[in-house]
Design a protein around this ligand. Sequence first.
Ligand SMILES: C[S@@+](CC[C@H](N)C(=O)[O-])C[C@H]1O[C@@H](n2cnc3c(N)ncnc32)[C@H](O)[C@@H]1O
Length: 275
Amino acid sequence: MASTTGFDWSVAWEERLSRSNHQARLRSRGISSEAFWDGFSRWPELHRYTGYPGKALDCVLKAVDPGTSVLEIGAGDGAFAVPLARAAKRVTAVEPSAGQVARLMENAAAAGVKNLTVLRSRWEDVDGPGLGLHDLVLAAYCFQMRDIRSALQRMYEAAGRSLFLVHFVDHDLVEALHQVTGDSEAGPDYVFLLNILHEIGHPASASILTRDYEIPLDLQLDAFAYSHGLSAEQRGALRRHLESEGKVLSSGGMLWVRRWYKDAVIRLDKEECYR
Ligand SMILES: C[S@@+](CC[C@H](N)C(=O)[O-])C[C@H]1O[C@@H](n2cnc3c(N)ncnc32)[C@H](O)[C@@H]1O
């Protein structure tokens, strides 16, 4: 479906993605996305505090029953894949990072999950038709894909019934990180995904969900230091910013940051009347 405004969301996606903090960080360190995720060993620890995937997982679980086959793209350490495998007939997870695959397998084993198959690959390199149709296809926060239009089209084609995408809306520290680093940009948000799906003829709906949580200050600063490459000076500046905004609190002999984060759950059902 051609855009009526002349604005090309896929081209804008590629530009925003390339300016994003994550891509800039990969370039400055000279590493691949896989190496970044291999090394992000505190990622599982972050989950304990951030309330993720929380309500987003609940939305997907409502569309799953014991007969459902699921394909998850960019499954990471299994925050969705493991609980989905417990509710579904089977889950196929596509994940390129060896470190994340190891965490995923560990979490699946700990949960006693036996109906999960892992394919270590980028989505762009997967033979979609070879994987077959899955009742439900899910992709969450894994959209480091330059040709997003074709990646989304292939996700749509792999979905027998429903496609779910979970992506970024906003968080409380976007502006603070930009100020501290001088150039940090969050990357293209969920509005791009909605518009690109619309452009390729697959209109979808979105729900926006908010997570309010408290996280240990040091863990939060360590995570930002890894993901944004903060220097010691920038880390100190961010800490002072958080304190001056009244976002730091003391509890149980520790310092915590009070935060909020908004995720979008985009859903497309193939049997909808607009199909
Ligand atoms: C932020 S984590 C999200 C993990 C999981 N989806 C979740 O929501 O907890 C991003 C994951 O996407 C994976 N990823 C990045 N680029 C990818 C690609 N092109 N194809 C498939 N997965 C990708 C990364 O290796 C990483 O594990």
